[in-house]
Design a protein around this ligand. Structure first.
Ligand code: ZN
Length: 433
């Protein structure tokens, strides 16, 4: 069995960190401790000055395959993920065709087995994500699919969403909502506020997100089934989430690195790299999201990695598609912005342990993600240097697309190595397969 020794890192366990080495054999951790010897023929990776933690888990990645392989594929997207420290991603179903039937889901899962990280799949809630008829959730759940979403769109029809929630509850799966009431967001190209008026760009009000979130919380309260909320972006949404959780509703939520760090003021450049849905909000929303992450209200940071070809992103602002890259920079972007608010262990819990649990990829659910750095655990690990700094270079991205809003920015903290099922897929920041 191939063996690997990760030497001299600080091992993350619970909230503490202890210096130590990690010996990996095959796809599992064989031993942890100080001064472990590398067996003959074992590969040795230096972790000096870095933290060894469970690999990151992204609840929200658009891998674009099938249908938009010019923008990303499962292979390139998973490589981008690995470089960002991820050992698992949940592939969103807004592909062409949508992941709304067993054959498409099987194809994506099969491609995922060749990928640089674990590729889990979210199924669509409705056929073609049209919001009209329910997809065969039961059959899809039979493939082990646990999350269902029409992401890119919210389910507009409340009665259909109620039925979907009842059905999901019977099946023991979880609906994940993209909260956007289209009667309130129609035509909106950016956040509705002072900047949209000044720039003359049609705005999308916070209400669009908050009205659907409110509706869904009422449905959760009535049906008693769990729901996950994707990319919450407003202070009002977090307030509603706080009330729902204190009431004991079975809800979880994610925020994105870009909503934690950027505001609608960026749009003044008219650069469509800043066009994203939900839109970049105001400083007060960013602060509420940071607070929610720091105090544990927010369960997970998820990327909403949304690759687009340069050709389409270079169109005028109002014609360009929504979305930005995220996988390769997420952890560094958040560590740079939040290291004064959260410990690295707290941040990593939102990047790994908690999202692994939400996606049921965690060890307790029979999965292989988000475990402890301890003997007997799966060898899905990230080695992250919290003090290293680097500048994001578009040309060096592993994604097939280039639409990162962080190009040229200097970030603190860098993924050094990523180990997926015992194999070092990223060494010293470089993808190895
Ligand atoms: Zn979305």
């Amino acid at each position: 069995m191939p063996e690997l020794l990760i030497k001299g890192g600080r091992l993350l366990s619970g909230t503490g960190q202890a210096r130590g080495d990690v010996l990996v054999s095959g796809d599992s951790i064989l031993a942890v401790g100080e001064g472990l010897e590398a067996p003959l023929g074992a590969r040795v990776l230096e972790a000096d000055g870095a933290v060894v933690a469970p690999g990151l888990v992204d609840l929200h990645a658009h891998l674009r395959q099938p249908g938009s392989e010019v923008a990303e594929t499962i292979e390139t997207g998973s490589r981008a993920a690995a470089v960002g420290g991820y050992t698992a991603v949940v592939a969103m179903p807004n592909t062409e065709p949508a992941i709304d039937e067993v054959s498409v889901a099987r194809d994506v899962l099969a491609l995922g087995r060749q990928a640089c990280c674990e590729v889990s799949v979210a199924g669509a809630i409705t056929i073609g994500r049209k919001g009209e008829r329910l997809a065969p959730l039961g059959q899809l759940a039979g493939l082990g699919i646990h999350l269902f979403t029409d992401d890119g769109r919210g389910v507009q029809d409340a009665s259909l969403m109620r039925r979907a929630l009842e059905y999901a509850s019977d099946l023991g799966v979880v609906l994940a909502e993209h909260c956007e009431d289209e009667s309130l967001s129609a035509g909106g190209q950016m956040h509705e506020g002072a900047w949209s008026s000044r720039l003359g760009i049609p705005g999308q009000s916070r209400l669009s997100e908050e009205v659907m979130l409110g509706r869904d919380l009422a449905l959760v309260r009535s049906v008693g089934a769990p729901m996950h909320f994707l990319h919450l972006s407003t202070a009002g949404s977090l307030e509603a989430l706080r009330r729902a959780k204190s009431e004991g509703l079975p809800v979880t939520a994610e925020v994105t690195p870009h909503h934690l760090t950027l505001t609608d003021a960026e749009v003044a450049s008219y650069d469509s790299v800043y066009k994203v849905n939900p839109p970049l909000r105001e400083a007060s929303d960013v602060e509420a999201l940071r607070q929610g992450l720091a105090d544990g209200l927010v369960d997970a940071v998820a990327t909403d990695h949304a690759p687009h070809q340069a050709e389409t992103k270079e169109r005028p602002f109002d014609e360009a598609p929504f979305g930005m890259l995220g996988l390769e920079t997420a952890l560094s972007v958040c560590w740079t912005a939040l290291s004064d608010r959260l410990s690295l262990a707290e941040l990593l819990a939102a990047f790994s342990t908690r999202p692994a649990r939400i996606a049921r990829l965690d060890v307790a659910s029979g999965g292989r993600q988000g475990g402890a750095v301890a003997a007997g655990q799966p060898a899905n690990l990230v080695v992250f240097d919290p003090e290293a700094s680097y500048e994001v270079e578009r040309a060096r991205l592993c994604s097939l697309s280039r639409n990162t809003p962080f190009a040229g920015r200097k970030l603190r903290g860098r993924v050094r190595h990523t180990i997926y099922e015992g194999e070092p897929v990223v060494i010293d920041g470089e993808a190895r397969r």
